[in-house]
Ligand binder design. Structure first.
Ligand SMILES: Cc1cc2nc3c(=O)[nH]c(=O)nc-3n(C[C@H](O)[C@H](O)[C@H](O)COP(=O)(O)OP(=O)(O)OC[C@H]3O[C@@H](n4cnc5c(N)ncnc54)[C@H](O)[C@@H]3O)c2cc1C
Length: 461
């Protein structure tokens, strides 16, 4: 319930067309990609930064919970109003590319800009914004920054944090701040932008982002390696990355993932293979790309690769990428419930990690198909169970706990890209000491003493 007078205040401030409180809209804004459901009490669409400030000031004074929301494509419940309150959306008004500064190679955007729109706009003028989450057609820059999204190109180009130069944001008390500058170097003061990135909307509301751009490479080539075992493929991954070439992407599918795609689409995939690796290289000179592919082929062959195919044209490249692009939905052949994690380890730990996941699957007699961005050590680990059987769900959660413990023991992290939100909050104490959690908590309090901004996410209260 909102305090009496709250809806009138919001309506007077931003107009009734920017305040939704009818049931249909509240239901529409109660989901994200987790498929959990929590209804807000209202959804507000600020027209500009000053509206955000006025709304936050009011919410803070009246202790109303506020949850910022991008496209709601998050996998961990970050944008869900688990404690009611108001959801703040940016898709109606604060969704503009404000500037593309060609001379300094930066873009300045509002939080509701869709990732792909930005990519297209900068590519039209010969520039390049590399972070490309698979949700790029709909996820927003506000959501990408607050989850520190990664994508297929992260092996070479890094993730969202590597492109954020400055953030304008509104604090829960309504104060407007700017963290960072349109400069390559800036070492004055604390790195507040660094704290805001991946903060999952728990510290401040992002109202503007300054992003670094690169020159667009002229060409890309794609290749695929087939391996008898996962272990050999994982050896090939880290040895290739340390061999003097840096592929744009180094993606993998294990045997269960290959079989799931083949069962669904009948593409003639190598179903006996232990794993496949798909790799892209880019640059400006054909000879450079050919050199990179030769080097990758050499390392792959040294590590058991039985077949290495190079795509001759765009269609063949799309064919090589097909299995990776479609695997996520195909693995439902192994169970109606997927407990999907995105753990990440140092690349050299990948062979041991996947061997241990195999042992966990055998111990619980379940399937754990794995695929993902091995070029940056990030593995999508999918514990598949029967969603209608409570016993299976319990088993799935035990398996996930072991997946996390194995990852942490190998020097890895609970999440490489999807964040913590609600789903992974119970596991934070496995990954962080009480002292580290207390430090997170005091940072949260410094920004948000009344705990009104996206409370209880990331295991914070
Ligand atoms: C099919 C699919 C594929 C995906 N692939 C990838 C992938 O390859 N890589 C990857 O990293 N992720 C991926 N994701 C997850 C998701 O798309 C990303 O986390 C994305 O960054 C979320 O963006 P969004 O706009 O949907 O944000 P939301 O889900 O709406 O919000 C995410 C978080 O950001 C906060 N937030 C949003 N806007 C603001 C703001 N203006 N100020 C403060 N906080 C804000 C929210 O409160 C929430 O905590 C995928 C999701 C799907 C459904």
């Amino acid at each position: 319930m909102l305090p009496s007078g709250a809806l009138d205040f919001f309506t007077n401030l931003i107009g009734k067309e920017n305040v939704y409180s009818d049931k249909a809209h509240l239901i529409a804004y109660s989901y994200d990609a987790t498929r959990e459901r929590f209804e807000p009490n209202a959804v507000l669409f600020p027209r500009h930064e000053q509206d955000v400030s006025d709304i936050l000031k009011y919410c803070n004074e009246h202790r109303i919970v506020l949850v910022p929301r991008g496209a709601g494509s998050g996998f961990t419940g970050g944008a869900l109003p688990a404690n009611g309150g108001v959801v703040l959306g940016f898709e109606k008004h604060m969704n503009k590319i404000l500037e593309i500064d060609m001379q300094n190679m930066v873009a300045i955007v509002q939080p509701g800009v869709i990732n792909m729109e930005l990519q297209r706009a900068v590519e039209e003028v010969g520039l390049f914004y590399p972070p490309d989450p698979a949700s790029q057609e709909y996820s927003t820059i506000g959501g990408n920054v607050n989850e520190n999204a990664g994508g297929m190109r992260a092996a070479k180009y890094g993730i969202t944090k590597d492109y954020v130069m400055a953030i304008r944001a509104v604090l829960p008390n309504g104060d407007i701040i700017k963290a960072g500058k349109r400069t390559i170097k800036d070492v004055a003061g604390y790195n507040i932008a660094g704290i805001l990135i991946a903060s999952e909307g728990t510290l401040a509301v992002t109202t503007e982002v300054t992003l670094k751009l690169l020159a667009k490479p002229k060409m890309t080539k794609t290749a695929m390696g087939i391996f008898p075992t996962v272990n050999e493929a994982m050896q090939a991954v880290y040895k290739t990355m340390a061999s003097g070439v840096t592929p744009v992407a180094m993606e993998f599918l294990d045997n269960l993932s290959i079989r799931a795609v083949e069962q669904t689409y009948h593409k003639g995939l190598p179903i006996e293979a232990g794993a496949i690796l798909i790799t892209d290289v880019d640059g400006n000179l054909e000879e450079d790309l050919d050199f990179q592919l030769e080097q990758i082929k050499k390392v792959f062959r040294q590590n058991g690769c039985s077949d290495f195919k190079i795509a001759k044209d765009k269609q063949e490249a799309a064919d090589l990428w097909f299995a990776r692009r479609n695997v996520s939905q195909c693995i439902s052949v192994y169970g109606s419930k997927k407990i999907n994690e995105d753990i990440t380890v140092p690349r050299s730990a990948l062979p041991e990690l996947l061997e241990k996941f195999d042992l966990i699957a055998k111990k619980y007699n379940i399937n754990i198909p794995c695929f993902g961005h091995t070029g940056d050590g990030n593995v999508h680990t999918n514990v598949m169970v029967d969603g209608k059987d409570p016993e299976q769900i319990k088993i799935g959660h035990h398996a996930i706990e072991e997946v996390f413990q194995t990852t942490i023991d190998l020097g890895g992290t609970l999440s490489g890209e999807h964040g913590i939100g609600l789903s992974k909050a119970p596991y934070m104490s496995m990954a962080f000491t009480p002292e580290e959690m207390a430090l997170f908590q005091s940072i949260k309090r410094a920004f948000d003493p009344n705990n009104i901004l996206n409370p209880f996410k990331m295991g914070l209260h």
